[in-house]
Design a protein around this ligand. Structure first.
Ligand code: ADP
Length: 539
């Protein structure tokens, strides 16, 4: 015999914080006040919640949906639902009613837990969710009205239950979480996480090598809990018992700055759009906030502009860590941090590294392949389709057979096109669908966007492919300028010419009011491409 085959069960990890750090705080921002609780209380309430679910007839494998902001109640759902053997399906509250209806019915959700202020979004689907037998409203007053029925009040439900509950022994491959991709491309697809996959993801994600989290930290998860498990932070924090701060619905720059200052946040994570908002707030109000507690900012979901990374590191003295991942990868895939010998490098060279998506997390394998599935050289320039493999990578979509194009030979084809450099740092050149294929050669829209967004006076920029009779596709740059600035096409071209080969240069630059965004705040190039579908490039 060798070692014990103890199942990798998430309840064991999640019980650790409440057991060892019962007094450590968990703070939630509501519109009118801050709510304070602690690990001990969350541990007890998670057990009350599990008892309530049992009283409502929930059995192992049932899909229990959440439709909520980042709050302590959402954390209790993260904790209780998987620990009792059911599956937490986090619903993206920014989805269109049609996508939401599709997802709820595809998952066959049985109960939906919803924040009171979000009721109107779900009420549009009243009568269209045949499998949903119960709605539970997470309200601060208990005085809500809704056409959805039957509806119960979360706090009343918990109050009636005992805080004694023994988590069942579960096989490590028991499913525990379900999240649908936000549909930047095509229909949403479900990704089903297991205890084992999340356990390994949580342990790995807490390595200092990756995000530099430790028990002294105070974590503010701005990335939504409905978006790829808030990048695993609620689980990691529960395991380590570190202070958590949740922003609720208040994710604008001013609210985030205030929260970081008041709660002395040291570690935070979110998508670039959030950090652009924070940067603008700080720039517009010099001296208003004291953010000296902040040490680490994690940014992923789309490529952070170089200027953004540089601004935060220079002005706040934080470490700005870029990460790459997907719903299908739990989501932690790669993280970009400097190796020791790079600490001596000049600033611009360090920024070159920080602008890359980074090195793979331990336990994961990456490959980049060309059109005939040959490995592309790791020279930092050659682009290939990015494939990934590992214990927390999806092997198929929920209720679908794995297709050979998406899951070739047991790998996941990410749909991203990437380069890997000699140091092992991966960089996303594009999503395959966004890549500009000009005369058989590939142009990275992301590289062009980053360069344009680094020009003072530019607020946002997206580069898309438009039809060209000779080259098939050519780049069109859509630029949003900062209020009160004037910028000409020529000024942008002059800047780009310093950095790119002639055949990479956008054929045209258009100034637009705003760039359409997806439900998780990424540039929605699908919409932009439709807007410019008939665009004729200058001769
Ligand atoms: P969706 O696929 O619905 O947009 P995901 O959140 O799963 O939702 O998005 C994953 C995708 O986001 C990746 O495949 C990649 O294209 C993009 N992405 C994530 N992180 C980065 C990053 N650091 N740099 C560039 N692109 C990123």
């Amino acid at each position: 015999m060798t070692m014990m085959k103890s199942p990798l069960s998430m309840s064991i990890l999640m019980d650790r914080g409440p057991q060892l750090s019962s007094d450590v705080e968990i703070v939630t921002r509501f519109r009118d006040r801050l709510h304070r609780t602690n690990y001990g209380e969350v541990g007890r309430r998670a057990r009350q919640l599990a008892n309530a679910l049992r009283s409502l007839g929930v059995t192992p494998g049932d899909r229990i949906a959440s439709f909520g902001w980042n709050t302590h109640r959402h954390l209790e759902l993260y904790y209780a639902v998987p620990s009792m053997g059911a599956i937490l399906h986090t619903l993206n509250l920014r989805l269109s009613p049609a996508d939401l209806e599709y997802i709820i019915n595809h998952a066959e959700d049985r109960i939906i837990f919803i924040d009171e202020d979000l009721l109107p979004l779900l009420e549009r689907l009243a009568g269209k969710m045949p499998t949903v037998k119960q709605v539970v409203v997470m309200s601060n007053t208990g005085e809500f009205k809704t056409v959805l029925e039957p509806a119960l009040d979360y706090e009343t439900l918990l109050a009636a239950e005992s805080a004694e509950y023994t988590w069942p022994d579960l096989d490590e491959n028991t499913p525990m979480g379900l999240c649908y991709t936000s549909g930047t491309t095509g229909k949403p697809k479900g990704v089903l996480y297991t205890h084992r996959s999340n356990y390994l993801h949580t342990i790995t994600g807490s390595l200092p090598e990756l995000l530099g989290l430790d028990r002294q930290a105070t974590v503010l998860a701005v990335v939504p809990m409905f978006h790829a498990n808030a990048w695993g932070m609620p689980f990691t924090a529960l395991m380590l018992g570190i202070k958590q701060v949740y922003p609720g619905a208040m994710m604008d720059g001013a609210s985030i700055c205030q929260l970081i200052q008041d709660e002395k946040v040291t570690f935070t994570a979110g998508v670039p759009t959030i950090w652009l908002g924070v940067m603008n707030e700080l720039r517009n109000n010099p001296g208003k906030y004291d953010l000296s507690s902040l040490r680490t900012m994690v940014c992923g979901g789309s490529a952070p502009p170089r200027a953004l990374i540089d601004w935060f590191e220079t002005n706040l003295g934080v470490e700005f860590i870029q990460a790459w991942g997907m719903t299908e990868t739990s989501p932690l895939g790669t993280v970009s941090r400097l190796k020791p010998h790079m600490l001596e490098w000049p600033r611009e060279r360090q920024l070159d590294v920080k602008q890359r998506a980074g090195m793979s997390a331990p336990g994961l394998e990456l490959r980049i392949l060309d059109a005939v599935n040959k490995e592309v050289p790791h020279d930092g320039v050659s682009m290939g389709r990015l494939l990934i493999r590992g214990p927390w990578i999806a092997s198929s979509y929920y209720r679908e057979e794995p297709t050979e194009d998406k899951f070739p030979d047991g790998w996941l084809d990410t749909g991203d096109v990437a380069t890997i450099d000699a140091e092992g740092y991966m960089s996303i050149a594009d999503r395959s669908k966004d890549l500009i294929k000009s005369g058989g050669e590939w142009i990275s829209s992301v590289d062009l966007e980053n360069a344009i967004m680094a020009i003072p006076g530019v607020a946002e920029a997206a580069v898309i492919a438009v039809f060209h009779p000779k080259w098939q596709e050519r780049p069109l740059a859509c630029v949003v300028t900062r209020p009160g600035t004037t910028l000409s096409k020529e000024e942008i071209i002059t800047q780009l010419e310093k950095q790119f080969a002639k055949w990479w240069m956008p054929d045209e630059i258009v100034f637009i009011e705003t760039i359409p965004k997806t439900s998780v705040g990424k540039f929605d190039k699908k919409v932009l491409r439709q807007q410019f579908a008939d665009f004729e490039l200058p001769g």
